[in-house]
Design a binder for this molecule. Structure first.
Ligand code: ADP
Ligand code: MG
Length: 554
């Protein structure tokens, strides 16, 4: 091609490619999953654009992905009839990394947590470049739907790539053809046995049918039928099928901790298939991160940016498919639609109910969910007023009596001292630090349980959730802790009502000396061994929240 232009990869791409080839994956099979998932995305994008511009489908309305094996030539070809790419789109999509946070991602990989790489990469969507793990040259020929021109992108995955126009007769009528020139030790990816196994294992539920041809030009046979899994009846779906689907939709390679699949009928009609992941997605606390529930309308993918769940459930992966919205609904309109509000409410309820059921039926499985996502669920305590008491009941805590286990607020209330009006808590940076706090002495001595809260979200919800089963939450660092009514465990006589005279005299002296530093000095029951501790005012901020606000420049 005399008109080929050369480009160098953006620095981050070069770095990523280097990592990809040298360290990230131990399991190279995943490259095929990434290419198939891109092909399916391209078909879904076309279906969406074709709602407004049906001409784009011309006389070929059915999406398909075709895998062609070329064992003699050492090649594997992945082709789709999706939206395709223009020249500029190719340069943008296959020469740069658009996503924010890429650098953080690479640093994490380079920190060399082996084995973690494969988990992360799918989630991050740097999937395309993974084909350079198995190929030493990759040719991408693409023709955008409706375009008169076609382009060839070609690279050895080292420093750069070239882009050149190609004759449309050498390109797919529409869509993208990716030819992998397989490395010596990767030739098995041109064998039917391997490819078929990998597709069934990893891409069995891609919603576009996948075909395979054993040689270029040969008749193709169907590997998967592209039926949308969520449209099937629950009874016809195996656990493996759900897991496959979960992996496709989440980009994670673990097992889902919880699967919620249902069809709502009646006033609103929709199907939902949602998963609680088995491990933490790595960008859970990325502030730019939106939810990861996809919205389909009558099996057409519309957007993954509709807020189908409240923010605190952003760890849930899956989709909703509804026939209530018109196909040509604009992405902007969706957010305001009352139908979406009803769907959000329905799906949220079902997910929370499923987690509650898990808590009752399989305690250990539930605790895994709690350990991974409890800090997010607690955001719901102050964000989701309607479900506050439900979320409080679901929450689990470390306490002064929990040991290595967890306690619920129901446990706490059941075991509270007679006459105890408050649920006491202490907020801080770490369990060790909290357990060593002198503030706890008086409570320990009296056998009063204290919640030990260490998530940063804890400082917020405690101030917003005033009570549980009639007991208010109370920080033990705040105001007076009136413990005189409770006996210490090793003593029988009640404590003095007020401090004796010599203590009073000392308090006066201390108050004078510290007048600029503290607002009051009191004798207290909260200490047993230590002589003194700082507490916050009754109406003021809790001490930990005060620290956080100071840190934030308040
Ligand atoms: P992601 O799929 O998460 O966006 P990838 O690295 O897998 O990341 O792909 C990068 C981009 O390349 C895609 O977003 C898409 O724009 C483009 N692309 C890749 N494969 C195809 C394809 N078969 N058809 C159209 N566009 C594609
Ligand atoms: Mg991709």
């Amino acid at each position: 091609e005399n008109t080929a232009e050369s480009h160098v990869f953006e620095a981050d791409v070069a770095r990523l490619l280097h990592m990809m080839v040298h360290s990230v994956y131990s399991d190279k099979d995943v490259f095929l999953r990434e290419l198939i998932s891109n092909a399916a995305d391209a078909c879904e994008k076309l279906r969406y654009e074709a709602i407004a511009h049906p001409g784009l489908l011309s006389n070929d309305p059915d999406s398909r992905i075709l895998l062609t094996l070329d064992a003699d030539g050492g090649k594997l070809i992945v082709e789709d009839n999706g939206i395709g790419m223009s020249r500029d789109e190719m340069i943008e999509a296959l020469g740069t990394i658009a996503r924010s946070g890429t650098r953080a991602f690479m640093e994490r990989i380079e920190a060399n947590k082996q084995g973690e790489g494969a988990q992360l990469i799918g989630q991050f969507g740097v999937g395309f470049y993974s084909c350079f793990m198995v190929a030493d040259r990759v040719d991408v020929v693409s023709r955008r739907a409706g375009a008169e021109d076609a382009w060839l992108w070609s690279s050895d995955g080292k420093g750069g790539y070239s882009v050149a126009p190609v004759d449309v007769s050498e390109a797919p009528a529409r869509g993208t053809r990716i030819t992998l020139h397989l490395m010596e030790d990767a030739k098995s990816y041109a064998s039917r046995w391997s490819v078929e196994r990998i597709v069934k294992e990893q891409s069995g539920h891609v919603p576009v049918p996948i075909k395979i041809a054993e040689k270029p030009g040969e008749e193709a046979t169907q590997l998967t039928d592209g039926t949308a899994l969520w449209t099937k009846s629950k009874n016809d779906i195996t656990a493996e099928e759900y897991t496959d689907f979960y992996r496709g939709v989440s980009g994670q390679y673990d097992e889902p901790a919880l699967t919620v699949h249902f069809r709502a009928e009646g006033r609103h009609e929709y199907s939902a298939l949602a998963f609680v992941p088995g491990s933490q997605p790595f960008d859970l606390f990325d502030p730019d991160r939106k939810g990861r529930m996809k919205l389909y309308v009558k099996r057409v993918f519309i957007t993954d940016e509709a807020e189908l769940l409240p923010r605190y459930l952003r760890f849930v992966r899956g989709l909703v498919d509804t026939s209530d919205l018109p196909l040509n609904v604009s992405r902007e309109m969706i957010q305001e639609s009352p139908i979406l509000t009803a769907i959000r409410k329905g799906v949220t309820n079902r997910i929370i109910t499923a987690i509650e059921k898990q808590a009752e039926s399989d305690h250990d499985a539930f605790l895994k969910i709690w350990e991974n996502f409890g800090s997010l669920i607690k955001e719901g305590i102050y964000e989701d007023f309607e479900r506050r008491s439900q979320l409080l009941a679901l929450s689990r805590f470390r306490t002064t009596t929990s040991g290595d286990g967890y306690r619920s607020l129901a446990d706490y209330v059941r075991d509270a001292k007679e006459g105890q009006q408050a649920i006491y808590y202490l907020v801080g940076g770490s369990l060790e630090q909290l357990k060593a706090s002198p503030q706890l002495e008086g409570f320990r001595a009296r056998g009063i349980e204290v919640l030990l809260l260490t998530d940063s979200v804890d400082s917020f919800w405690v101030t917003n959730a005033p009570e549980f089963e009639g007991k208010s939450l109370k920080s033990i660092t705040q105001g007076s802790a009136d413990l005189t009514q409770f006996k210490k465990q090793d003593e029988d006589k009640p404590e003095n009502e007020s401090a004796p005279a010599d203590v009073q005299a000392f308090l006066e002296y201390a108050k004078q000396k510290l007048a600029d530093e503290v607002s009051d000095v009191r004798a207290s029951d909260r200490l047993v061994e230590s002589a003194v501790c700082l507490v916050a005012a009754e109406q003021g901020y809790d001490r930990q929240l005060e620290k956080i606000l100071q840190g934030a420049g308040r």
